[in-house]
Structure formats: structure tokens, C-alpha cells
Design a protein. Sequence first.
Length: 266
Amino acid sequence: MNTAVSGTASAVKTMFQDHARLDAWLKGRGIDGALGTMNTSAVARRPGRVVKRLSKSLGDLFSTPRVIAWDKEKKNVYASAHSFGVVEDMVLATGFDEPLGQAVFQTDLYFRANKEVTEVNASTVSGICTSAISDLMLLPRDDDEEARIRVALTLARIVQTGLRDPSTAPQDVRKYLVPNHNAAMVVVSMPIERIEFDKGIVGRIAVITELLQPESIREEDRHDLEEMKLALSAEGYPGDEKFSELLSCRARVLDFRFARKNEDPA
């Protein structure tokens, strides 16, 4: 790792919590306490105090909870967390021969309740490597470092959420070129073990491994990037099915040997 990247890694590490701390809370009693708070709050007709109660249960690990829906049939609340860790500690495979190393991750937390049950789901959905963060900071923009990182992670999450390709096997690693203002991010969809509403699955995480400055983007990629930039906007979003098709036809499959953590590659 070069000096510039090492410097960025050290600086970024002070901006975000250690992922191990977040992981310990998610696997311990903390999330059970938050689920209990949501269960108690779900009997209310209006969400008046739910945000305050859940904020206390989540502590400083997550953002302020946001009520997504609160009616007779369903009550949904969302919060997110950002943390600092190592890509290889998180995923089942990266598709790269060399370690990607340290990154900032976004974890989404969803509570949902209806008349029968109250559930919680926490999924680490996106990440950005420190090498990509170094390049991200070179862009001529007015926002601060943390805001840039959060925007990049949100874009990667949107792409990952939009993927609905049945031809993608759980162990596949796929690469996408995603616009970020006038630059482009290399976003790699990787397999990750997770628990969704008490069920163990192989899910997906979108990790930004590289950022291309505007002058480094190939001419043949510019049209695709402009098309995706429009699709990512509120006014140009083509709908879930069309967006998934757009992503699927842009994907590039990476060659790699699939190996689970703590196992030697075949």
C-alpha cells in the first residue's frame, strides 16, 4: 500500500467506528433490546415516540431512525451504520488475486412489524476501499470527506439493490461501472454470508474498488455511464425491472477461485 493510501486509511479510520464493534452489537444482546423496543412501540397508532425510543436503543452505532411506513397493516423503520474494516474479513470471495484491504462499509437496519410479528434485519450492503477513497478526494467538489464517502456508498447500495438477475449464482463476482458526478466508480458485487429475518443466506455486497477520474474514462464507456446516470436520478428512474435489465447487460464477470473464509482455495 502506498503512502497516500496509508494516510487516507489512517484518517478515515478516525471518522468511522470499528466494524468489529458493530458486528459484536449485532450478534449480541443489543439488537434484541432494539427489537424489543420496536415491538413495544408497534402497538402505538402513531410513531410519535418510536424514533426517540429506538435512538436510545441503537446508541451511537446507527444514524437517527427514520419511519418508512406506519399504518394498520405495516410499520417499518430504517437506520444505517457506517464502519471501518477489512474487505476479506467480510466477504466470501473478492475476485481479486491481491487483497483489497481496508474499507468503509454501510450496514442497513430495518425493523418491520404487523399484527402477527415484529422482525429486524441488518445487512452490510456496500463498501468503499481506502484506495478508492483517496481518488474520491481528488475530485473538485465542495462537500466534505464524510459526505463524499456516504454518497458513494449510497450509489453502490442502489446498484446492489437493483440487481435482480436470476443468472447470477450466489458465488459469482460481477463488476459494474457506476457514475459519480463526472467520474466513474468500479463497483464489484461480491458474495457475503448474512442473516435476513432469522434466515441464513448468501447475500450480495457492492464494494467500490476503484474510482476513475473523468479524463481516465474510456470513450466507449461514456454513453453507458450517461445512461446509468439518468437511470439513477429520480426523474429518469425507469422502474425496477428496466433498471435491473440495464445493470445486467452492463455486468462483467470476473474470473476468480471461490473460497469460503478460513478455507484454502481449491
